[in-house]
Structures are given as structure tokens and as C-alpha cells.
Design a binder for this molecule. Structure first.
Ligand SMILES: NC(=O)c1ccc[n+]([C@@H]2O[C@H](COP(=O)([O-])OP(=O)(O)OC[C@H]3O[C@@H](n4cnc5c(N)ncnc54)[C@H](OP(=O)(O)O)[C@@H]3O)[C@@H](O)[C@H]2O)c1
Ligand SMILES: [Zn+2]
Ligand SMILES: [Zn+2]
Length: 343
């Protein structure tokens, strides 16, 4: 049976998209066809905004429309999503250890750039797709697929105790979810932001304290400032790292999630003197995404979203909101859907 895929693709003109269709002759044994209900916009999508012919988006959720001959874990009508890790070999040491994300043959977003989330439907590997809990609406589930997985995995892989003190830098799509996850982890949570206008919302998302990073320049600030076991940086800004490192407790960790534009210049002495650490973290493998979905459903964690229609214009507006840092806090394309009996 032939399926027609209806996608939005980049045109090579900054911020402009067009519709494109392609035919899929037959599903591979492990593939599923998904009708997309909602698809979030992540700042990582903006990196490809001037590349021509790319179908972007890695926060889609929808309903299964058809399944391949070997698919065991999904049926037609199931409510599912997919994320940043699109495939791995399933047999190498990393895959066998549960570190599928670090498989040497992994395929991560955007893959070949033809089969992603800004699309009315998509054909994906069922083994890298996820059942979405029924109590999470599509517009809220979409942003969990990347933003939620990434910050959950950052916290999970940091082996945080509930007594830990956590600073979340950058209150955007990832950051506002990180405040919610860290609060439910039981931690003491501080939002660190450049935007005074986000203070009240940051507190409502679960921050116990708010710091405006412009106060770093105030004399005596670092003597009085709270200190953190973990600082989770979700900005793509080239931060004054030495200042942030002053906010770590001994043995504290600085976690890089946002992608800076330049090489980082950091003073080594505090790392040696106080056994500090700095490491990076990439979205999440399959186990992390599953755990995240269960945790988010149990704790009613959901993004605050701006809804856009699932059209070329809707996507262009949503991308602009994300690219200009205006989104409060995640722009999401949302399909009108009449039958939600499966959700
Ligand atoms: N490691 C991973 O696996 C992974 C996964 C997803 C995304 N990312 C990356 O994480 C970053 C955040 O993504 P997002 O979708 O959350 O973005 P976003 O919604 O645009 O949020 C980024 C936030 O960073 C803060 N910011 C302050 N100054 C900035 C500056 N000069 N440049 C950039 N940001 C600044 C802003 O928060 P305030 O107003 O509070 O200061 C802004 O809301 C991006 O670099 C993205 O590519 C990484
Ligand atoms: Zn992303
Ligand atoms: Zn592998």
C-alpha cells in the first residue's frame, strides 16, 4: 500500500517554508505511519533555518495509522511520539549497555532531513517511538519529546539527591520544564535568567528562588549568592563561565545542554581546588524518554505553550517566535482533531 507524506520543508530563504509531498511505497517491517497531532519547535530547529529542502521538527506526537509486518508494541490508533534519537544498531556494546544514544551507528535528528516532525504524517522506526500517557494532551506531550527528555536526562544522569540545590540557567523551552522536573525531584531550585519579566512565572513553574544574571556585576553578589550542587545551562549564550563556576558548591557540577557559539574559556583552578566538574548531555536515549514520560504524567508536568495552526504560516510564525526568544515558553503546531477517543 502506498502512503503519501505531507511535510513542510525549508526553502533556503530564512524562515520560509513550503509544503512538499513524497510517496512511501511500503512500510519496512518495524516502521509505523503516524498522523501527527502536535509538533513543538525547539531552538535546535533554528540551526537549519537557512538550509534548503529540510523537513525539521523533533517534538511530534500523534496517532498510529498503519504498522509494518514486524511491529509488536504498537497498534493502529495508539497515541505515540518520537524524539531526537531516530535509530541505533541495537547490537553494539553501547546499545547493549542501554546507551543507545551513544551507538556509533546512531541516527539522530535531523537524519536525512526528510522524515521529521513538521509534517502531517511521518514514517518512523517503532523501536524508537514511545507510548504517550493518555493524560498528557498532544500540545503538551510534543515539547516533552525533546525539551522534556533533555532536561529530565540531565537531572537523572547527574544522580541528584533530593537535598541538592539546582540552578537552571535560561528560562526558555527547556529551562521552564527543567524548573518543573527539578522541583518534583525534591531539589531546591533557582532560576537564573536574563529576563526580569520571567520571575513570577519561573516561581510558578517550581523555582524557589530567582536570580537575574545582570546582578552578577553588583559588588558583593558572589559572597552572598546561593551555591549549587548542579548548574544546568540551557542557553546557547557564550556565558561568563568563571562567574557561574563561582556559584558551585565544592564537588558541584556544571552541565552543558545549550550549545554555545564559541569554544569555552574557563579558569581551571576552581575545578582543581574544589573538585568541580563540567560535562555535556544530549537529549535522552529510549530508556530516559520512557522514564521521563512516566515521571511527567505522574507529576502533571507540562509545558506552557503558544499554539500555532499546523500550516506553513503557522510554522513560520512559530519558528520566528522561537528564534527571537519570544516564545512563552514553547511554540507548538497543533492540528485540529475531532476524534480524541484514543488519547
Ligand atoms: N543538549 C541537548 O541535547 C539539547 C536538546 C535541546 C536543545 N538544546 C539546545 O538548548 C538550547 C536551548 O533550547 P530551547 O529550545 O530551550 O531555547 P529557547 O526556548 O530559545 O530558550 C533559550 C533561553 O536561553 C536564554 N538566553 C539568554 N541569553 C541568551 C542568549 N544570548 N542566547 C541564547 N539564549 C539566551 C533565554 O532565557 P532567559 O530569558 O531566562 O535568560 C532563552 O529563553 C539551544 O542551544 C538548543 O539548541 C540542546
Ligand atoms: Zn530539541
Ligand atoms: Zn549500537
Amino acid at each position: 500500500m502506498t502512503f503519501e507524506i505531507n511535510a513542510f520543508v525549508t526553502t533556503g530563504v530564512h524562515g520560509k517554508f513550503k509544503e512538499a509531498t513524497r510517496q512511501v511505497e511500503e512500510l519496512d517491517p518495524y516502521e509505523i505511519l503516524i498522523n501527527v497531532l502536535a509538533s513543538g519547535i525547539c531552538h535546535t530547529d533554528c540551526r537549519y533555518i537557512e538550509t534548503e529542502g529540510m523537513n525539521l521538527g523533533h517534538e511530534p506526537v500523534g496517532l498510529v495509522e498503519a504498522i509494518g509486518s514486524s511491529v509488536k508494541n504498537f497498534s493502529k490508533g495508539d497515541y505515540v511520539g518520537f524524539s531526537y534519537l531516530q535509530s541505533s544498531c541495537l547490537t553494539c556494546d553501547q546499545c547493549c549497555a542501554g546507551d543507545d544514544l551513544y551507538c556509533e551507528n546512531r541516527v539522530c535528528y535531523p537524519g536525512k532531513g526528510v522524515n521529521n516532525g513538521f509534517s502531517k504524517n511521518a514514517v518512523v522506526d517503532s523501536r524508537f517511538s514511545y507510548h504517550i500517557p493518555a493524560n498528557i494532551e498532544p500540545k503538551y506531550a510534543g515539547p516533552l519529546m525533546c525539551a522534556g527528555s533533555t532536561v529530565f536526562n540531565g537531572l537523572y544522569s547527574s544522580n541528584l539527591s533530593p537535598t541538592a540545590s539546582v540552578g537552571i540557567v535560561g528560562i526558555g523551552g527547556l529551562g521552564h520544564l527543567a524548573l518543573q522536573f527539578a522541583n518534583k525531584w525534591g531539589c531546591h531550585v533557582t532560576a537564573i535568567s536574563t529576563s526580569a519579566s520571567k520571575k513570577e512565572e519561573a516561581l510558578s513553574f517550581g523555582a524557589h528562588e530567582y536570580i537575574n544574571s545582570s546582578d552578577f556585576g553588583t559588588p558583593g553578589f558572589f559572597e552572598k549568592a546561593p551555591k549549587f550542587d548542579l548548574i544546568l545551562n540551557t542557553t546557547s549564550a557564550d556565558l561568563p563561565y568563571d562567574d557561574y563556576i563561582k556559584l558551585l558548591k565544592p564537588k558541584g557540577q556544571f552541565l552543558l545542554i545549550g550549545v554555545p557559539t564559541k569554544s569555552m574559556d574557563v579558569n581551571a583552578f576552581p575545578f582543581i581546588g574544589y573538585e568541580l566538574g563540567m560535562r555535556g548531555s544530549l537529549v535522552g536515549g529510549r530508556r530516559a524518554v520512557r522514564l521521563m514520560l512516566e515521571f511527567a504524567a505522574r507529576h502533571n508536568i507540562k509545558p506552557q505553550v503558544e499554539e500555532y495552526p499546523f500550516t506553513v504560516k503557522g510554522l513560520e510564525d512559530a519558528m520566528e517566535s522561537c528564534e527571537t526568544y519570544k516564545a512563552r515558553y514553547r511554540a507548538v503546531l497543533v492540528q485540529d482533531h475531532k476524534d480524541d477517543s484514543k488519547l
